[in-house]
Design a protein around this ligand. Structure first.
Ligand code: ZN
Length: 341
């Protein structure tokens, strides 16, 4: 049943792209004018709205000079809990295209997105990812884990989805979108390679990543780490004392040296873990703050997708005893944040 609902939700959203909002009504309604109905008729740059930073980053890079992107959720904002404001709705209604991550990440925005899809082009960037690449956790039967950006090579498929949507909407700049997508994809492949090399250097017995909530399952799958969260897949569920106790026992038993806080989730659960371990005479430290569901501050390197993942890869590698440069893949990471506390 849930699966059916998800499928129909996705179809409803795709349908919106057949009649872009800025196309004149008569051409959209006219028989046999399908091609022109799909074509962008407004003024450049195309006004795109994106939900989370990771999605906005793709649209900015692929759209280049032809697209201006408004990002709804900034640094430190939790997309699981985010509710659209009246201003957000105005922004989306006033723009040409809307891009969101999908797989129920923006769970509280679903109704709004479905409604907007009636007269706007609304695109779920994860729609082209092969189901075989998606994780379907047992406790969420029928739902996929939405945190796909943590596996860089799987997330790279979203670049193609954005390029295809922009090309459909604005065929006159198809070449530009293709070229930009190729350049961006190339950078993601370098990042993925850096992730494999760095995280691969962590000694076998220390390859355990403990964080605030289950945002890192794709990260663990891609780079070979066992991943455990204090909270579940969505930050909506409360962490139980029992879960904290289980993790404390595991930290003590396996000699885990570091656990990690997340920038968009309160620190209290991870602090409870550190305290709990300490009470049992075991010293585990906070290995750093990771970017899970939001990028860093706008205008910084960590405020880009590549910078966000570079930060996570570098901080985790170094805290768990692997080998990675202090300032990351290309020497751009802010040292203070990378160091941890
Ligand atoms: Zn999350």
């Amino acid at each position: 049943m849930k699966q059916f609902l998800l499928v129909s939700f996705a179809l409803a959203l795709c349908a919106g792209c057949d009649t872009p909002g800025s196309a004149p009504r008569d051409s959209a309604a006219g028989a046999g004018s399908e091609a022109s109905a799909r074509t962008f008729r407004g003024e450049y740059p195309i006004k795109a709205t994106a939900t989370v930073g990771m999605v906005a980053d793709i649209v900015r890079n692929v759209g280049g000079e032809h697209v201006r992107v408004t990002q709804l959720m900034g640094s430190g904002v939790d997309p699981h809990l985010y509710r659209v404001t009246r201003d957000d709705v105005q922004t989306m209604l006033g723009g040409d295209m809307i891009f969101y991550s999908g797989l129920m990440l923006e769970g509280k925005m679903s109704d709004t997105l479905v409604k907007l899809a009636n007269n706007k082009c609304v695109v779920a960037v994860t729609e082209r990812i092969d189901e075989a690449q998606l994780l379907e956790p047992e406790d969420l039967a029928g739902h996929y884990d939405p945190h796909v950006w943590m596996d860089v090579s799987a997330w790279a498929n979203c670049v193609d989805a954005v390029a295809a949507a922009l090309t459909d909407f604005d065929p006159s700049h198809a070449d530009s979108y293709r070229t930009n997508a190729d350049v961006y994809r190339q950078r993601l492949m370098q990042l993925d390679e850096y992730g494999r090399r760095s995280l691969g250097s962590i000694p076998a017995q220390r390859r355990v990543l403990i964080t605030s909530h289950d945002a890192f399952n794709y990260f663990g799958r891609a780079y070979g780490l066992e991943v455990l969260g204090v909270q579940g897949l969505s930050t909506e569920s409360e962490a139980g004392l029992q879960r904290v106790n289980e993790l404390v026992a595991l930290i003590a038993a396996q000699g885990i040296r570091a656990v990690f806080v997340e920038s968009s989730v309160p620190r209290k659960n991870i602090e409870a873990l550190v305290e709990g371990a300490r009470a049992k005479g075991y010293d585990v430290r906070i290995g750093g703050e990771l970017f899970s569901d939001a990028m860093g501050e706008a205008g910084t390197y960590e405020g880009t997708y590549v910078g966000m993942l570079d930060h996570n890869i570098t901080v985790v590698t170094r805290a768990l005893g692997g080998d990675a440069p202090d300032r990351g893949m290309q020497g751009k990471l802010s040292h203070a944040r990378g160091a941890g506390e």
